[in-house]
Design a protein around this ligand. Structure first.
Ligand SMILES: Cc1cc2nc3c(=O)[nH]c(=O)nc-3n(C[C@H](O)[C@H](O)[C@H](O)COP(=O)(O)OP(=O)(O)OC[C@H]3O[C@@H](n4cnc5c(N)ncnc54)[C@H](O)[C@@H]3O)c2cc1C
Length: 460
């Protein structure tokens, strides 16, 4: 944005062409972002729970884990597949963990080789209680309900590290898990944090009428704004919370304020008192505080459903979701895959010291490059028949045989220390080799030096 010229540049369409828009009034309502990079391994290995596609991905992943656990003959793999961990005991974490447990409990009929006692669902919360935004009694009810349904809640416990197969808690417990859902890590929108406006921790400082500090015609509302609800606001409760309940009221009030300013009338300060909060715990139970009234159990859950269905846009969406919910209540939970998992593509993977990266005989899935740490490669010497091993350091590669069409590993790779690797699939490697001559030259040399001969030509 350029406040002096009163212009906004937007990039639109497939080609991201710039379009310059002139404005009389500008409203900034870009919401918030999320950043899991502060905890090692979390951004690489955790699912997020922010939107519908996150939920669909997670559902597909959980069903995949149940499918795998049902047929695997490896006990440690089964244990990891059947352990589901959720980080953060706020609204999103509590609702997610409750839904995960319900999905699993109701799906087990389809998986005869999984005993309910093999399922572990864990919720980690750093503070001393869950649902901190709700009255303590409702938090306690939620805790007791989730615990009764077999969900393990660890309070005062955070996450210290995550890998593709493990989660390490701040208490140093190592949880073998293939499912980590992070509902923590809310951050300001990156684009707002760089705007030439007065900001507080990356959010726009506004007056009580939503005008950005120092401007008459720039306004901001919603999660990206710091909105005081009273004069001389200082405490957390003096500011509008980052909820949709407030955001939609702010939007309505803002439109009136802009209209007033255009008509050369005075703008009005925003005032709104929360009507309450609702949380679903899954399995037909919930907690609610509405107009000061505290509700628990099925009544709260029903209220939750009625309230949210009323907010869905359009009659078609309402009827379709209502039908879906009705059928879900009357029949078994469907484990049909809507969007089965796709090839993960080039990705970072983190390992803890001693973790097996792959073993001799496993199916080859990519070329590995060490980003940090070190890896021990152990193989059989074809001449002597003896085991030999070597340590690879940062910047070195392994798993190259996959590029030459090998489908099975002929060595075992183990993290010699905490390690992060970049895994590149064969297709992506070939695209880069074709498009970037220096990449091609580098790997031709590398393959020669690795004793794999002049193979680059044959793989192109
Ligand atoms: C899982 C989850 C559950 C929640 N449940 C509740 C609840 O039950 N009740 C409740 O009151 N609140 C809830 N919230 C909070 C609520 O969603 C937010 O407070 C609310 O959406 C904030 O509205 P907003 O308009 O500020 O931001 P958003 O709704 O996030 O809208 C911002 C919009 O800006 C767009 N945008 C971002 N960057 C750009 C850009 N550079 N260019 C163009 N467009 C951009 C985004 O795509 C988005 O559409 C929940 C949040 C989450 C994550």
């Amino acid at each position: 944005i350029d406040p002096k010229l009163q212009q906004v540049t937007v990039f639109q369409g497939v080609q991201r062409r710039p379009t310059i828009l002139e404005y009389d009034h500008l409203v900034i309502a870009l919401g918030s972002g999320s950043d899991l990079s502060k905890t090692p391994g979390l951004s690489e290995h955790a699912f997020t729970m922010k939107n519908l596609s996150d939920a669909q991905l997670l559902r597909a992943h959980i069903i995949e884990r149940l499918e795998h656990a049902d047929i695997t003959r490896l006990p440690d793999v089964k244990k990891g597949a059947l352990t589901f961990s959720v980080i953060g005991g706020g609204f999103s974490g509590v609702e997610t963990v409750g839904e995960i447990k319900e999905l699993i409990d109701r799906s087990l009929l389809d998986y005869p080789n999984i005993h309910p006692s093999e399922i572990r669902v864990v919720l980690l919360e750093f503070s001393k209680r869950i649902l901190n935004e709700m009255p303590e009694g409702l938090g306690k009810y939620a805790y007791a309900n989730l615990e009764k349904r077999g969900i393990e809640i660890q309070l005062g416990v955070g996450v210290a590290e995550a890998t593709g197969t493990q989660l390490v808690t701040s208490q140093n417990e190592v949880i073998d898990t293939r499912t980590i859902v992070a509902t923590i890590g809310n951050t300001p929108s990156a684009i707002v944090a760089n705007m030439p406006l007065s900001l507080q921790e990356g959010r726009v400082l506004v007056g009580r009428d939503f005008r950005a500090e120092g401007y008459d015609n720039i306004w901001s509302i919603g999660d990206c704004a710091v909105i005081p609800l009273k004069e001389n606001a200082t405490k957390r409760g003096d500011f509008a919370p980052p909820t949709a309940q407030f955001a939609v009221r702010e939007a309505a009030h803002l439109s009136l304020n802009i209209k007033s300013v255009i008509e050369e009338k005075a703008s009005k300060p925003f005032q709104y008192k929360s009507k309450g909060a609702l949380a679903s715990l899954g399995a037909g139970r919930g907690v609610a505080e509405v107009f000061g009234l505290k509700l628990t159990g099925r009544v709260a859950w029903l209220l939750w459903r009625v309230y949210y269905i009323s907010l869905l846009p359009g009659a078609q969406a309402r009827v379709s979701v209502l039908w879906n919910w009705l059928m879900d209540g009357l029949s078994r939970r469907s484990v049909a895959q809507i969007n089965s998992q796709t090839d993960p593509g080039t990705r970072y993977v983190c390992y803890r010291a001693g973790d097996r990266i792959y073993e001799n005989g496993s199916r080859a899935d990519g070329l590995y490059t060490i980003i940090s740490g070190a890896v021990r490669i152990t193989s059989m010497d074809s001449e002597t028949g003896l085991e030999k091993s070597r340590i690879l350091a940062v910047g070195e590669h392994f798993g190259e045989l996959m590029l030459l069409g090998a489908t099975r590993r002929i060595a075992t790779a183990v993290a010699a220390e905490d390690t992060k690797v970049l895994v590149m699939t064969q297709q992506e490697f070939l695209k880069l080799a074709e498009g970037l001559p220096f990449f091609n030259d580098y790997f031709s040399e590398h393959l020669k030096a690795s004793g794999l001969g002049d193979k680059m030509e044959s793989i192109k």
